[in-house]
Design a protein around this ligand. Structure first.
Ligand code: NAD
Length: 465
């Protein structure tokens, strides 16, 4: 069976056909530079020793540090992290964040392991990465991914800090940290929120190839995966008026054409460990059956290889919005295109996470929050402007309205606006490239745009004659 790295290679080569770059340069741009495979012993909860397999792949060093999440899953292997690291390189190029791509994976089941065991594994992983110079603010900066979150990022930061007490930038060694440990507001929801900004752009694009109207109001959505990305995407989609008609989780799936209550399903899942048994909607025994149900937008937000040659003909969505990495295999992608389904590709759509991670990294390096330097100043300007309007017009602005208008931006406001701007501009870039170069779809445009940018860096750095 093809791996995620095989998928990446196929997508890359399909896009590279439209480029006039030297094939040897393209080969360098495609190749994964380093893969560090680790095995280390960790004591389990019974006092036995488990040998843990882990990987860190650094795809490209044309920009430093390298950057990418750490995934905890029993399915992790070298090819998966290589494929995910490669996607990170091109994702960073699309949203213009100055990192090379990387990804890590640890072969454990985070959902059934005890927190104590996960903590021992995480801290030991940092020691391994550190001893081989695979972590540090200027070297390689991990973030959350499937099966990891703020808790693991806090352990990573704390272990790194203990190993490097003299490094003043130790908090920048990892992003996605809790707010209390120098994280940034908005990182938790960044990937899901960024995906919704991307879906909105695609809905508003008359040349995206779908027949849907602009705006999310009334659109029927199926979510696959109710973890960090799926939950936050679902929340924002609901807030903007979309109807969540399906939710597919690892244990089962729910479908209700009248709409499901996302918060209630999430609460049920939290209390019962799954969505099975939820007392509303039709229940499907499998996640894959659920994603074939009628909807306008399908948001895969779980794992790779969910839309394959086996089910691509039965997907009823008009837009597949790839919030997960690698959910569609290349052969399924061709079927979807042939059927007129618009795919918003992963390397663009889930780039909101790395975008806000970039903001967190900058904040940690500058040791000051974004709002601190401008909030009061901005409030003073707003006050002066409102005073002038009142004087010029001879009318008084009502007190509660005035106090709202006077407010300077919070750090969260700044992050949300910068994320929205990044996702909007990046969509427009790949969509225009698609038009200008007459490319078959958004994925080819996203790959071509980013591979040419990365190649340009290799040339400018003198790394390729
Ligand atoms: P997560 O661990 O928070 O959640 C994943 C969810 O998917 C879990 O609820 C799990 O039970 C569910 N799941 C697993 N297999 C499933 C299946 N077959 N069908 C339905 N549900 C299933 O992970 P996450 O951080 O939300 O990541 C999800 C995807 O988004 C991954 O592909 C990841 O690489 C990608 N991604 C995540 C981020 C981020 O910031 N977390 C950034 C970019 C991309």
């Amino acid at each position: 069976m093809a791996t995620l790295y095989d998928d990446f290679t196929e997508y890359f080569e399909a896009a590279a056909q439209y480029s006039e770059l030297d094939p040897r340069l393209l080969e360098q741009v495609k190749t994964c530079n380093n893969v560090y495979q680790m095995s280390f012993p960790v004591e389990d909860d019974d006092g036995d020793i488990q040998v843990i397999e882990a990987y860190r792949a650094q795809h490209s060093h044309h920009r430093l540090p390298t950057k990418g999440g750490i995934r905890y899953s029993t399915m992790v292997d070298a090819d998966e992290v290589k494929g995910l690291a490669a996607l990170m390189t091109f994702k960073c190029a699309i949203v213009d964040v100055p990192f090379g791509g990387a990804k890590g994976g640890v072969c454990i089941d985070p959902f059934t392991s005890s927190p104590e065991f996960v903590e021992r594994v995480t801290r030991r992983l940092v020691i391994e990465l550190h001893s081989h110079n695979f972590i540090g603010a200027a070297v390689d900066v991990p973030a959350p991914d499937y099966g990891t979150g703020e808790r693991e990022m806090a352990w990573i930061a704390d272990t790194y800090r203990t190993l490097n007490p003299e490094d003043i930038n130790h908090w920048s060694c990892v992003t996605g940290k809790p707010l209390s440990l120098h994280g940034i507001p908005g990182r938790r929801e960044a990937t899901g929120l960024g995906a919704v900004y991307g879906i909105n752009q695609c809905l508003a694009d008359p040349e995206a190839g779908h027949s849907l109207s602009p705006g999310l109001e009334g659109k029927r959505v199926i979510l696959q995966g109710l973890g960090n990305v799926g939950y936050h995407a679902g929340r924002e989609l609901s807030e903007q008026g979309a109807r969540i008609v399906g939710i597919a989780e690892i244990d089962a799936g729910l479908y209700d054409p009248n709409g499901l209550d996302l918060e209630d399903v999430a609460r049920h899942r939290w209390e019962h460990g799954g969505v099975a048994g939820y007392p509303a909607g039709q229940v499907f025994a499998s996640s894959l059956e659920t994603i074939e149900q009628p909807c306008d937008i399908l948001v895969p937000a779980a794992l790779e290889h969910q839309i394959t040659i086996d089910n691509a003909e039965r997907i009823q969505a008009k837009i597949v919005a790839e919030a997960a990495n690698g959910p569609t295999t290349p052969d399924a992608d061709r079927v979807l295109r042939h059927r007129g389904v618009t795919v918003i590709p992963d390397l663009y759509l889930n780039a909101g996470g790395v975008t806000v991670s970039y903001f967190e990294w900058i904040k940690n390096l500058s040791h000051v929050s974004f709002d601190r330097m401008l909030r009061r100043n901005s409030e003073m300007h707003n006050r002066r402007l409102l005073d002038t309007i009142e004087q010029q017009t001879g009318t008084r602005i009502e007190a509660s309205m005035r106090s709202k208008l006077e407010q300077g931006p919070s750090e969260r406001d700044i992050v949300y606006d910068a994320l929205a701007q990044t996702m909007t501009e990046s969509y427009d870039r790949i969509s225009s490239l698609r038009r200008e170069r007459e490319l078959p779809d958004l994925r080819t445009a996203a790959y071509l745009y980013s591979l040419e940018l990365v190649a340009q860096s290799y040339i400018e750095l003198g790394l390729f004659p």
